[in-house]
Design a protein around this ligand. Structure first.
Ligand code: FAD
Ligand code: SIN
Length: 535
């Protein structure tokens, strides 16, 4: 038996990981590990903001109902109610970290609007809310005497053992990406805050760290996983000829931007009464359908009718990005395409972030608390990250104060692979690109049973090849990420095959007639095809 190195080891430095660390460190020793720099997280790229009921004319009940509706009836209502009620306190906590959220002229919090929300309730800092949150939390963490931070450390496997009451987690095996050494770190509890897995798709708003590592580790350790068929696609990523993806925030549509066809005409009212502000899954499918019907590589966002200076003033990052590709967003149409954005499913947890493995917590995008159901309501993700990180920290520190557990002196012995030779590095990159294309085409915005079955077979073959590569090369970041992405891809494909209905972010052509808005898309498509044939 061994004394643990830390009370808690947290994998991940986004909003969830850093919030947990700050809350737990009041009485505990916390180690935060991250795969890249502390700042390279999904959190840092968040634009729109955080949803919370702060206006007296809004209500918890309306936020709950909007979340349940976006989630297409598959949310866990108890978790939704918990998150919504905790939201104002979570915002106050973030304000305590000196995050200067935008204020209106009257000095109240300025509240934006996004798709699926029946009320203005998005707390934000211009269009760089995530960056402001990330910076503030980082500063607090780096100042904290009980928190240690180690960058460029990649979690490989969870250390688990079995007791009479089931499997428990006592640490994590880590690859030091500077030295390529593999080591084991022991703790009273491990917290997965590794974010999402958007890199499984060819086009994604997610940064390169989002390879589903924590999810894949949890799968290998035997944790329960849920809702992986529900991947959310954002309808408006900036279309760039080089394939690079940059998000154009839904908050821009909240401020009045309209989706338009190549000829400048509006079309979203044909798909949903909320038009350009319909729930995200509906808008993403509508954009894809219209791109196909018009054989256009992109559609457009029209902001030309907004007051002069509004985009430049309130959406400076978007305005600036557009200028770098020669577009004046206030005077010209902004070309957009859909892109993979958010993993709604993940490691199943309760309201305290507990997984099915004792002393293993999961928080943030890697977790499935049940609040998103089949489709996440805009700006509920940063909120979920902070709310459930706080409740997990409360639970974990409570357990720690009751008893310190003894930790087995077990470690997984495995050698790192040293330097990866160039040819193999290129081969792994090719396999990753092949996987991303496969998922985009067969398990993307619109799916078919035939395509999913083909995808499943290909993934099995690719998984075997990746295993062969790992045996040849040993442990390397590139190989590990490829294997993890393949695991995520298999989870998505298998869950998608298992669910025999189209619902929320999971849309299968074969089951399309089972939901109302799918009918509307098909009817509209058919009408356009008839029109095209007639002219
Ligand atoms: P992340 O912020 O993604 O952090 C993951 C951390 O895990 C990183 O530190 C990474 O290094 C680490 N990690 C990963 N794998 C390993 C490993 N193997 N070992 C060690 N560390 C590892 N949501 C909203 O609510 N509002 C928005 O306005 C919004 N805008 C968005 C805009 C963009 C462009 C994107 C991509 C997402 C947006 N989202 C938004 C979603 C939201 O940002 C994310 O869901 C949320 O930030 C996830 O936070 P997290 O703490 O779970 O993980
Ligand atoms: C956006 O700003 O459009 C993203 C909001 C979100 O993902 O919740």
């Amino acid at each position: 038996m061994k004394v643990p190195d830390f009370d808690f080891v947290v994998l991940g430095s986004g909003i969830a990981g850093l919030t947990f660390a700050l809350q737990a460190a009041v009485h505990s020793r916390v180690l935060v590990l991250c795969k890249a720099t502390l700042s390279e997280t999904n959190t840092a790229y968040a634009q729109g903001g955080i949803a919370a009921v702060l206006d007296p004319t809004d209500s918890f009940e309306q936020h709950v109902q909007d979340t349940l509706e976006a989630g297409a009836g598959l949310c866990r209502e108890m978790a939704v109610r918990f998150m919504v009620q905790e939201a104002p306190d979570a915002i106050r906590w973030l304000q305590g970290m000196a995050i200067g959220f935008d204020e209106s002229e009257s000095g109240d919090m300025a509240l934006g609007l996004e798709g699926g929300h029946s009320h203005h309730r998005i707390v934000h800092v211009k269009d760089h809310t995530g960056r402001s949150i990330q910076q503030a939390l980082e500063e607090a963490v780096l100042r904290h005497p009980n928190i240690s931070v180690q960058e460029h450390q990649m979690g490989i496997e969870l250390l688990t053992d079995n007791s009479d009451s089931g499997t428990f987690c006592y640490g994590v095996q880590v690859l030091d990406l500077h030295t390529q050494e593999v080591r084991s770190i022991r703790a009273q509890a491990v917290v997965l805050a590794t974010g999402g897995s958007g890199q499984v798709y060819q086009y994604t708003t997610n940064p390169s760290i989002a390879t589903g590592d924590g999810l894949a580790m949890a799968v290998r350790a035997g944790a329960d996983i849920q809702n992986m068929e529900f991947f959310q696609f954002h309808p408006t990523a900036l279309y760039q000829a080089n394939g690079e993806v940059f998000l154009i925030s839904e908050a821009l549509r909240g401020a009045g931007a309209e989706l338009v066809l190549p000829d400048g005409s509006r079309f979203m009212h044909l798909y949903h009464p909320l038009g350009s502000l319909a729930p995200r899954d509906i808008v993403a499918r509508a954009v894809l359908t219209e791109m196909q019907l018009h054989q256009s590589p992109c559609l457009y966002l029209d902001v030309r009718h907004l007051p002069a200076g509004e985009v430049r003033q309130n959406f400076p990052s978007i305005y600036h990005k557009c200028t770098t590709i020669g577009i004046d967003a206030e005077k010209q149409l902004i070309p957009i395409v859909p892109a993979a954005h958010y993993q709604c499913g993940g490691v199943k947890t309760d309201l305290s972030g507990r997984t099915s493995i004792d002393r293993l917590y999961a928080i943030g995008e890697v977790a499935c608390t049940g609040v998103h159901g089949a489709n996440r309501l805009a700006s509920n993700s940063l909120l979920e990250g902070v709310v459930f990180a706080r409740s997990a920290a409360e639970h974990a520190t409570g357990e720690l104060s009751k008893q310190q557990v003894t930790i087995p002196d077990l470690a997984i012995e495995e050698e790192s692979g040293g330097t990866l030779w160039l040819g193999m590095r290129a081969e792994i990159a090719r396999k990753r690109a092949k996987l991303q294309k496969l998922l985009w085409e067969q398990a993307g915005i619109v799916r078919s049973v035939k395509g999913l079955l083909r995808c499943k077979a290909e993934l099995e073959a690719m998984q075997r090849k990746a295993k062969g590569i790992r045996e040849l090369t040993g442990i390397h970041q590139e190989v590990l990420e490829l294997q993890n992405l393949l695991t995520v891809a298999e989870l998505i494909t298998n869950a998608a095959l298992h669910r025999r209905e189209s619902v929320g972010g999971h849309f299968v052509q074969d089951h399309a007639t089972e939901i109302g808005h799918a009918d509307s898309i098909l009817q509209h498509s058919n009408a356009l095809v008839q029109l095209a044939n007639a002219t």
